[in-house]
Design a protein around this ligand. Sequence first.
Ligand code: GRF
Length: 193
Amino acid sequence: MEKLTGANKINSAVFISGKGSNLKNLINFSLNKNSPIRVSLILSNKYDAKGLRYAKKYRIKKKIYNFKNQIKVEKKILKDLNTNKIGLICLAGFMKILSKNFIAKFKGKILNIHPSLLPKYKGLYTHERVLQNREKVSGCTVHLVSAKLDSGKIILQKKVKIRKKETPKSLAKKILIQEHRLYPKAILKIFNL
Ligand code: GRF
């Protein structure tokens, strides 16, 4: 992507379904003078997503969509993204799978963070499966979103060591700390910064 300065930050939308710790982290990153992005829209498929509170806290526009009819809702979302001149979408704990058509419209401009070392452990219950298989390391991955789940081009990864007494909860916590470092780094990387 093109090289950017503080004056022409890319309007970005963060899609969430839950806690929103990555969202909060991305907002703080975006407030940095040297960040290439501005978080200008928070989007959720859940009315009660905890992370939505950051919209009020940081005065960012939020939109909540009911995904019952995904084709219809994605059309609405695309319209909203255009209206808000969104140039980058960051998925951060967003629990819906976007359609091929939607992804094609934002090709190369949708990032996701996944709590495993992709291509290993795509999908849900990552930490449980990692521990069941007695892996020695796990980690997190920021990747471009493609039509196949958790399979787009890998931008950056970070490994963490697994201790003997690791539980899914302790592993998730340890990886989340790394996620918060990795997502901004990956964004800088895609903008060649
Ligand atoms: C993170 O572990 C992320 O990798 C996964 O969902 C979790 C979201 O956490 N996709 P949060 O809502 O950002 O706190």
